[in-house]
Design a protein around this ligand. Structure first.
Ligand SMILES: Cc1cc2nc3c(=O)[nH]c(=O)nc-3n(C[C@H](O)[C@H](O)[C@H](O)COP(=O)(O)O)c2cc1C
Length: 187
């Protein structure tokens, strides 16, 4: 689970919380991810350390010698989520450039066919962003935008966040009760 410096740090925190209930999670946060966590959520590096428990291991993004950087280790995992994923991180992944461990882990996920889910956030998109999305999608990644639906009648920001997070968890078949799935003629 990787958090980068796009807006929407809350998505990353919520995914981490849900995933780590029943799964072991490696947590990687880019330097700019920490900046946005602090700005948007008032969550500091020390606060993040408090989230570490038997199911969460924090890995330094500069630790390029981490076992996660190797294909043989990554294929043992259920997949990689980058949420939120910045356009900078997307560009690095799309072009096979590994400037930190998040980029490397995503690069390895693509070459080893490990599920890679990018919850991107930007508005609007430039053609460069769109082309980078196309590149990673063709290489096998799931490209998903952090755009909540309204058909479940959200009342709060949390409802909207839960919808997006629920969709990410659905992809990995992680059970949750974050939003009610759409049923025809049901409100
Ligand atoms: C408060 C704040 C919000 C940001 N929101 C976005 C965003 O929504 N999408 C994006 O691509 N970059 C956003 N950025 C810019 C990224 O943080 C910047 O491109 C950075 O280089 C990303 O680095 P990273 O990919 O290593 O995390 C934001 C920056 C700040 C400080």
């Amino acid at each position: 689970m990787c958090i980068t410096g796009a807006s929407g740090a809350r998505y990353g925190l919520k995914i981490l919380k849900e995933l780590s209930k029943d799964n072991f999670v490696y947590l990687l946060i880019s330097n700019n991810g920490y900046v946005v966590l602090d700005r948007e959520e008032k969550v500091s590096k020390d606060d993040i350390k408090k989230l570490i428990n038997k199911n969460v291991k924090l890995i330094n993004v500069r630790d390029i010698s981490s076992t996660l950087a190797s294909g043989s280790r990554l294929i043992e995992t259920k997949g990689v989520i980058v949420a939120p994923c910045s356009m900078n991180t997307l560009a690095n992944i799309a072009n096979g450039v590994s400037q930190n461990l998040i980029h490397r882990v995503c690069d390895v996920a693509l070459k080893e066919k490990v599920p890679l889910y990018l919850l991107i956030r930007e508005m609007p998109f430039s053609l460069i962003h769109i082309e980078n999305m196309k590149k990673v999608a063709l290489a096998g990644a799931v490209v998903s935008s952090a755009s909540p639906g309204f058909y479940h009648n959200p009342k709060t920001v949390e409802d909207m966040v839960n919808f997006v997070v629920g969709k990410v968890l659905d992809f990995f078949k992680v059970k949750h009760s974050l939003y009610k799935k759409w049923r025809k003629n049901e409100n």
